[in-house]
Design a protein. Structure first.
Length: 340
């Protein structure tokens, strides 16, 4: 519950425009890969989120028995800093503890990928409220499934742009059956491109995709205003068409998040499936929450007897917020694509 409360507070902060200034609230996970290259000798790869050369001050604390046999080498990557080193750990790492310094001061998780020589790789998740992990001698498939399910759910609940698109659909599409069709089309579409990108069948550069995702939100906001003004809208008449088309783009965004986390090659279908299920679960939680608030507001406003100008302002305000926010993102992301 504490973790969920922190995520909800961060969602509100991001929605209010405070997110860019709060780097301590970075929510992209860090990634630690430990690969056994020969008995009791391990290659470490440590990837931490970064903005330019500024990285989160997270450090791996190895078991006391381990000693580095090569100096750490650091390189910059898009949105991250990557360090590599080799260490010898007499007796191996099974049943030993690895901790992450300063993780408790962040909202960042760490995905640990342990690849021993003599058995199947293991995928583990380290959380800020418990910044240590014990390397198990063996791992159940349910552990991997739960890890990627939670990552998917957290990603959608903190993916403000994806949620704003879903919110815009809720405001545009009347009727539960048509809304269900639009949400289903969005789900099917982003599942297609998420799978295709994960398995390497299709690939688009992430920066232009993120810009067009912002444009998709602007488009739906404009369509809401047109429908409210009495104009004909193909999007409102066939909402599944727009949600499917733009859902394909949003799938590329989800795939980018999954690439940042890292996906186990030997369990890629399983990790992909449960990541996607987590995304859908988070999306359903958001939709249910919005519909509940809308229902409560209808009951409340019915007793307030608001004037027509006040009612008009109340439906316009969220649409303007969605449209202006998306426009800002579109300009910002387009300038980033152009290198300005």
């Amino acid at each position: 519950m504490k973790r969920l409360a922190e995520l909800l507070l961060l969602w509100l902060a991001l929605g209010a425009g405070l997110g860019p200034s709060a780097y301590a609230h970075e929510i992209r996970p860090a990634f630690l890969q430990i690969r056994e290259v020969e008995p009791e000798v391990y290659d470490f790869l440590w990837k931490t989120p970064a903005r330019g050369e500024m990285r989160l001050a997270l450090n791996v604390v190895q078991p006391d028995v381990c000693a580095n046999i090569s100096a750490p080498r650091r390189v910059l990557a898009p949105g991250a800093v990557i360090e590599r080193w080799r260490a010898r750990c007499p007796g191996g790492l099974a049943a030993r503890t690895i901790s992450i310094d300063n993780l408790a001061q962040t909202l960042t998780d760490v995905i640990v990928r342990f690849e021993p020589i003599d058995r199947s790789p293991q995928t583990l998740r380290v959380k800020p409220d418990d910044p240590v992990v014990v390397i198990p001698e063996r791992q159940e498939w349910t552990d991997v499934a739960w890890t990627y399910f939670v990552i998917g759910m957290e990603h959608i609940l903190l993916g403000i742009d994806h949620l704003l698109f879903v919110l815009a659909l809720l405001l545009l599409v009347p009727g539960r059956s048509r809304l269900l069709g639009a949400i289903t089309a969005f789900t099917v579409a982003h599942s297609i491109t998420l799978a295709g990108t994960t398995f390497g069948w299709i690939r688009l550069p992430s920066s232009p995709v993120e810009a067009v995702i912002a444009l998709s939100i602007m488009f739906v906001a404009v369509e809401i205003m047109r429908v409210r003004a009495g104009a004909y809208s193909l999007t409102a008449a066939m909402p599944w068409l727009a949600s499917f088309s733009f859902g394909l783009l949003h799938g590329f965004g989800f795939a980018g998040a999954l690439r940042e986390v890292g996906i186990p090659q030997d369990a890629a279908p399983q990790a992909l499936l449960f990541f996607n299920l987590g995304v859908e679960a988070g999306q359903l939680v958001f939709v249910a929450g919005v519909l509940l608030v809308m229902g409560l507001w209808r009951r409340l406003s019915a007793g307030l007897r608001l004037s027509s100008p006040a009612q008009d302002l109340l439906w316009r305000a969220p649409v303007y917020v969605i449209g202006v926010t998306a426009a800002f993102w579109f300009v910002e992301r387009t300038l980033a694509v152009l290198g300005v």
